[in-house]
Design a protein around this ligand. Sequence first.
Ligand code: MN
Length: 713
Amino acid sequence: MQFEDIIGKVEEYRPGEDLALLRRAYQFSVSQHAEQKRLSGEPYIIHPLEVVHILAEMKLDPVCLAAGMLHDVVEDTRTNIEGVRREFGPEVARIVEGVTKIGRMKFTSPEEQQAENVRKMVLAMVDDIRVVLVKLADRLHNMRTLEYLTPEKQQRIARETLDIYAPIAHRLGMGKVRGELEDLSFRYLDPEGFTEVKKALESRRKVNEEFLQDVRGQVEAKMREMSIPARVEGRIKRLYSIRQKLLRQHIGIEQVYDLLAIRIVTDSVKNCYAALGVIHNTWRPVPGRIKDFIAIPRPNLYQSLHTSVIGPHGQPFEVQIRTEEMHRIAEEGIAAHWKYKDGRSLEEQDEERFAWLRHLVEWQQEMRDPGEFLSTLKIDLYPEEVYTFTPKGKVIVLPRDATPIDFAYAIHTEVGHHCVGAKVNGRIVPLKYRLRNGDIIEIATKTDHSPSRDWLAMVKTSRARNKIKHWINVQQRTQALEIGKRLLEKEARKYDIVLKKISPEDFQRVSRDYGCTLVDDLYAGLGYGKFAARQVLGKLSPSMPLEPGQPSRLTTVKRALGLSRDIAIQVHGHDDLMVYRAKCCNPIRGEEITGYITRGKGIAVHSRRCPNVQNLLYDADRRIDVEWVGPKYSVYAVKLILYTQDRQGLLADVTSAISSVHSNIQNIEARTGDNEANIDVTVDIVDLDHLEKIVSSLRRIDGVLQVERVMHP
Ligand code: MN
């Protein structure tokens, strides 16, 4: 293939077009690949030339041809993509870049689902359909010259072609390219099967061709005779298709009814049936082979009449009859055709997309200047998906904007749970990074790492979201369960109830009363605060003196303490416990306090400074957190001792100092002797601040030596 031959071809289908760009691309490619040879021993330039030739046969535009000419310079020469952009502009560079990117992908012999994903990924990765067209032309020429490669490479490339590129060609409506790619792959992947089918076909090639020629002539004559306007075509089934059929149906080649086929395209539905009548009058139909897809179209709207008949010399052949309109739909609805052949269902969306792509390819071939149109058209076939790779080349399909966390959960739940970081294409990225098509992702894990609630805002897949939520729920439940157990134990200790003495049956019974299947559910409910420990305990131990109707001990204690309903001290998580201020330290609002679960007397609240709390005799397990709550105006009686000089009028000064800071004196006693006096005074105070104000105002009184708070009244 000479470059000038290609130029001649392009000038034929694009007369008057400026081909300077294409010529420059050729010169550049020649100089860049100058010393390189193909494995066949030929100069390397043969390859891009052949690729461009294939593209020219598709009647593609000069930009696409130039890109085809340069498609290997980035991968195989010292030129980088910037160089291509500088020399040939952004459009050519973009196509070359796309082809290079796809070429670098390693598609590891994928299973069917994976292959489907890879195909989608290739299509999703390109923003210009010409990238795929150049790639297919490249692959076609490589397949044609595959014999020079090592058997190992032959296998890999042929597999990839059959799994990825042939189906892509098929989707793009490029039946001819697809057929050739399939048959070439077949030859390398299954040489025996290939030879077998080829021999069988070869031995009857002449017969078959003559047969088709003959039948076509007869059909045309019959149609004319019956005044049915018709276009008649004949075809022989391709090698790979025959093989598939032989394998699928376990039959011999002579039993393949559609090995040879005739297609009749006419003008109306009426004439379709008329033509079928003519065919059946001429040749004997094979029973069970008549299919009326006109009366009952396939779900994808494919319409046609199919029949198989026994032709001259007992040779069966298939006849497809349809109108021009049906033919057009059958051709354009390429996805529908594909669906049938592969026995695989495509989503409706896919069908729309491929029908649209099919149009695109046709416009490309029919339009005078499709190049301009194509250059402004970006493909976004799967805008809602992103195709990513594991380091081993497995494709992971995720929704658009998915993050490495989604990826990690797609690999395995444990990978997700322990994910600490990610590398994309070898570079460390934050976990909120948005994955892009073709990204290769490595997830770093640490076994002691666990999911964070923040992740919920980052993930896009419901799988990741559910796994994270589930993990959090499990964690929370475990915690709640622990808390619930402790609460119940504490409550039980308060009433000297030994939980261990309560039978498992009683636990089960009470759990059921609360609508819990498991005792653990009861504990968790306690921990979540759904149930009150005291009530649960009451049911577990009915003898406990907390029966409804009885005055509760809490009320009793409160009354005894003179506390109002507005209890001033609260135990964390409880609002109805018996709580009282310990007499030993008599804590007041504002002081740091701690609770102590007494035996049968509720919770004593001590000042943190109280020596009794520090005492080792106090069981640490029985401590409980308490805090000051309720209205600030609860009043506490605090007893103070003043050490003073004995002087006239001092008592009056003390009382007026106390009233000046808005406190009341409940009781005051003075004892005198030897120029000194002790004054005991019990005052109402609101909180610690208030107390401190009283104390400091008392200290300011002339003759007051010291003021002490009495901790043990
Ligand atoms: Mn190439």
